[in-house]
Design a protein around this ligand. Sequence first.
Ligand code: FAD
Length: 665
Amino acid sequence: MALDSKVPKGPIKDKWTDYKNHINLVNPANKRNIDVIVVGTGLAGGSASATLAELGYNVKAFAYQDSPRRAHSIAAQGGINAAKNYQGDGDSTYRLFYDTVKGGDYRSREANVYRLAEVSANIIDQCVAQGVPFARDYGGLLDNRSFGGVLVSRTFYAKGQTGQQLLLGAYSAMNRQIARGKIEMFNRHEMLDVVIVDGKARGIIARNLVTGEIERHSAHAVVIASGGYGNVYFLSTNAMGSNVTAGWKVHKKGAYFANPCYTQIHPTCIPRSGDYQSKLTLMSESLRNDGRIWVPKHREDVLAIREGSKKPTELTEDQRDYYLERRYPAFGNLVPRDVASRAAKERSDAGYGVNATGEAVYLDFAASFERYGKEQAKIHNISNPSEAKIKELGQAIVKAKYGNLFQMYEKIVDENPYETPMMIYPAVHYTMGGVWVDYNLMTTIPGCYAVGEANFSDHGANRLGASALMQGLADGYFVLPYTIGDYLADDIRTGEISTESPEFEDAEKEVTQRIEFFINNKGTHSVDYYHKKLGKIMWDKCGMSRNAEGLKTAIEEISALRKDFWQNVKVPGTTTEYNEQLAKAGRVADFLELGELFAKDALIREESAGGHFREEHQTEDGEAQRMKEFQFVSAWEYKGEPKDAVLHKEALAYENIEVKERSYK
Ligand SMILES: Cc1cc2nc3c(=O)[nH]c(=O)nc-3n(C[C@H](O)[C@H](O)[C@H](O)COP(=O)(O)OP(=O)(O)OC[C@H]3O[C@@H](n4cnc5c(N)ncnc54)[C@H](O)[C@@H]3O)c2cc1C
């Protein structure tokens, strides 16, 4: 099958406007006769449901949690990007577009990214109108901070709870439509298959997680907004329930899946403490605005710290290696996530990791306490403040910015991060891969769409911070509501889709059989036993560093594990009650299939991209080469000559850097 991205012709900056001016529309009276199913009510699905209902479509929204408010989007901490240029620091639609494409290692679809940058400003206006309490500066204007991989401040935030506040906004907009009867909300319902009738997506099979009932739901179009699949690694920063099932089911019914192996490994997470952990915790990237990352310069200090005979605060400045500031002076601690993660792993692998597992680096706020403290002392006319006073004043500012994150760290690690530097290490965080979509956000199944983290299009091999919320809300509030009309215009006379058809019958039968199998298979191992084993294979062989041999072994191991799962998995309870293990069995079964595709994708790529590096290409100076490329392209831009992403190679040539054989497909 030839993939057609349907990217409109014309200059990139005019594509979206021209396109909107010429696509088919559905008139308001006809919208009342059209049903749309939205699977997922996080930021992408919640915003899509609310907007489609506001436009007049009949929406049926599904979520496996007890309320849209509990979607994983609620966990988002740091912020949301928008090219508003409120800081007057040179931001523009073009710069946001350019940063996103460059940050994604030149592997995103540029037309989609330009559109994303274009609508980003509308998102902020929409959310402010909903009452989202974005942080404001002293004068009452919306405040911004900076995230990795950019040279401007364009991130809007609500303390460390941006996702929660945005989700409350989308949820309020949904509730208005639920009250009007335009959205029918199915909480605690899990989609377990998509139904294709005459080649078009016409409904889903869902399971009521409370009663166990299997239900048929029909619609004229189905939107998948089910989030990311980072939990294929078992340990990740994702919510425990995040899974791939909805995306995987549409893939198995014919939708293409793109870039499955591109995973974001976030540099600032709380390090793993041992083997019995079920979850990893993110420390927001926003902390890199004020925290400095370092490891000891000398191995003897590393060992002393690990043994507990020395404290990090005892090391003088010249005994510390602020390795990001040393390597990337232009970006310092705010390099993109993939660069920061690789650098932390490189230092830890070289023996400089500071905790017992050897997998941790420091994120230190001492310099910010001092900087803010001195400023505050001046503001409050305190002459000759003591060091303690400066620290106290500075800490109050840091607390106001990131207090909840510091509190969370202390609760988990049992160390006070105001007194001793935080320890951080990269962890699986976001999946750039997902269901393939065209410019309309439609998958290769007609009438089946994918939005938010569930699709693949905007972030290439690496997502810049604060751009997932932007993409989810852009898709839901401003893109899908237009593009879906172009397709639905052909359905104005179709009438209600019946669920009494062989297609619904077959799909329901398949789902029921699978559920009964799990309950009736009196195996020996729990679902988590398999999930954990899969996660270990994924992290060890398909994680940040990969090689062909390891990936081939991973493919064999996953296949054997899957076979074992289907023979020996044990699921307690019954099918007709709330049964979390039963729900998880289906999700892990899908992860066991996705894991293999993931490893195959990584094997075929033969490239280092984003947070991953292929060890075969890791010649002595391999990583140095990638870092040099990043540095020089940055320096080159810095001279005020930003160029199109496609010119990246030329940029290197311009700087006389030899481009080693690394794919830029
Ligand atoms: C700790 C953390 C912090 C983050 N911070 C930021 C940040 O500061 N800025 C930023 O831009 N990004 C951030 N991200 C990323 C961002 O939060 C996510 O990418 C984004 O929220 C995903 O939104 P979504 O709507 O696509 O999916 P989700 O919010 O994951 O929603 C998925 C929805 O799908 C439903 N669902 C899934 N499967 C099924 C099924 N089979 N049947 C029925 N329903 C189903 C769920 O119930 C849920 O409603 C962060 C991520 C993490 C993990």
